[in-house]
Design a protein. Structure first.
Length: 254
């Protein structure tokens, strides 16, 4: 009989957006080989349909989970189950203790992913599953999302207009999303953190996050740091005004 207690722990970094996810994901991406070789953390490369004109490996798993979300419910479970099995085989080959996935959109797509994850993880008989979640003050989430998305949409003249949109409401409704996840998983499987500097280890999300993977301070300092250009820092109000004047509403990310 297969001993599932020997399986690696499967960790999902599920968001939320605007909580340093880009910096976390690029640090994971730039250090894939070191993380698995030295620290037993496998950050797998998932097979997806490539974007036109892009060949590089994505830093996050959002493209993979976006494709998974578009599948029929049962097909999505089957695909994810098979991909988890492949990840488990790779982890065994590399002696990894942890398999880690990261996408900031997982949490807010709770209506799809909570049940899909539960069914796929049940099929592989996963014995150790953990979710890492950072939550930011909702007024700051709204302000940041307005700068990155809402202000570039001609349908929203003001931040108040954007606040009433379905997109903003979905971002801000933490309770509904948490309730859906807790329908399928236990509360002690979630590590929920407030995204405020005073609450973060060394006032930074990077040491805070990697400590949860078992890395020491010296381990974390040895990791290659992503360029600031790889982070969504947000446009200034002046830049947003210029974008609107020139109708650059097709710009999605910074």
């Amino acid at each position: 009989m297969k001993d599932n207690s020997l399986q690696p722990e499967i960790i999902f970094h599920i968001g939320t957006g605007k909580t340093g996810t880009t910096a976390i994901q690029n640090t994971l991406h730039y250090n894939r080989k070191k993380l698995v070789k030295r620290y037993g953390v496998l950050y797998p490369v998932m097979e997806i349909m490539p974007f036109v004109g892009k060949k590089e490996i994505p830093a996050s798993h959002c493209a993979y989970f976006g494709k998974l979300k578009s599948e029929d419910s049962e097909d999505g479970v089957s695909i994810f189950y098979q991909d988890l099995e492949r990840a488990l085989l790779m982890a065994k080959k590399k002696n990894a203790k942890i398999i880690l996935f990261s996408c900031e959109n997982i949490f807010i797509n709770s209506s799809v992913f909570s049940e899909l994850f539960f069914k796929a993880l049940k099929k592989i008989k996963a014995s150790k599953v953990r979710f890492i979640l950072y939550l930011r003050r909702q007024d700051l989430v709204l302000e940041s999302a307005w700068k990155q998305w809402g202000a570039k949409d001609p349908n929203h003249a003001t931040i108040q207009d954007y606040k009433m949109s379905a997109h903003a409401q979905n971002l801000l409704d933490f309770k509904t999303h948490l309730d859906r996840w807790l329908t399928y998983f236990e509360a002690d499987q979630f590590q929920v953190h407030t995204f405020e500097k005073s609450h973060l280890r060394r006032k930074s999300v990077i040491p805070s996050f990697f400590q949860q993977l078992g890395l020491s301070d010296s381990n974390i300092k040895s990791l290659q740091k992503p360029s600031i250009r790889k982070s969504n820092t947000g446009y200034s109000d002046d830049v947003l005004h210029l974008l609107r004047l020139y109708k650059q509403d097709d710009i999605h990310d910074n």
